[in-house]
Write a protein that binds this ligand. Structure first.
Ligand code: SAH
Length: 234
């Protein structure tokens, strides 16, 4: 009888181990180190954000020759003069939004699609706009392959937002603006939050948290950052 129970326990342990190893990818351990060493260590505590950062395979969103640098503590080039943000900045911005699964989120600046995937681990619907068509299409493909079906990609100028889907509970802008676009303030839901890098030049940019309560807009500077500039269609 004891032997039988032992056998059952061993089988269960083995099954569990197999389950985790099937779910693993070759970068899982490096990703865990990234979350602990770069993100938890700098004070990010929101469990949903940490879980998302642990799950999303960042290496799938960078060019093939940059995969081995994907989990480094810094931004990386994704082509077309654009960059995927440092993991800590992605986590910080995500945490600032205080997301709940039912929230509808708008991202301006799809880039590689990585930030959109992090958002999609937490909420069901993510709308993301990219102005550079080649980047937007590539991100759309990556997201599709990884089955992030709740992410909707649009090619266009994010300045005007996505009026047909407004209002949004959260808006995240991942390119530096000189001034916050009015259409984005208008498309923010009551009680909503927006995180956006604002600055006249890259050297004095600040991440600004915007909140809308009773129709009133409140802004708070959260930290100094460096971001690629927001561009407009000519
Ligand atoms: N969030 C991205 C990083 C974005 S880098 C990621 O996770 O990889 C900033 C992106 O904003 C660039 O791809 C740039 O082309 C885009 N961008 C700049 N101005 C824009 C605009 N007006 N509308 C939409 N996208 C814009």
């Amino acid at each position: 009888m004891i032997l039988f129970v032992k056998h059952i326990i061993l089988s269960l342990l083995l099954l569990q181990a197999m389950g985790t190893s099937f779910a693993q990818d070759e970068f899982e351990e490096i990703r865990r180190q990234m979350v602990e060493g770069q993100i938890i260590s700098r004070g990010i505590t929101d469990p949903a954000t940490l879980d998302a950062m642990f799950k999303v395979p960042r290496h799938e969103f960078v060019p093939a020759n940059a995969k081995r640098y994907a989990y480094r503590d810094g931004p990386l080039s994704i082509g077309a003069g654009q960059t995927i943000s440092q993991p800590y900045i992605v986590a910080f911005m995500t945490e600032e939004l205080q997301l709940k699964p039912q929230h509808k989120v708008l991202e301006i600046g799809t880039g590689s699609g990585y930030q959109a995937a992090v958002l999609a681990e937490i909420v069901e619907q993510v709308y993301t706009i990219e102005i550079v068509e080649s980047l937007g299409r590539r991100a759309e493909n990556t997201l599709k392959q990884l089955e992030y079906d709740g992410v909707h990609v649009r090619i266009g100028d994010g300045y005007v937002g996505w009026p047909e889907e407004a209002p949004f509970d959260a808006i995240i802008v991942t390119a530096r603006v000189k001034e916050i676009p009015q259409p984005l303030l208008d498309q923010l839901a009551e009680g909503g939050r927006m995180i956006i890098p604002v600055g006249k030049s890259n050297w004095n940019a600040q991440l600004v948290l915007v909140r809308k309560n009773n129709g009133k807009i409140k802004k708070k500077k959260r930290m100094a950052v460096s971001f690629v500039p927001f561009t407009r269609k000519q």
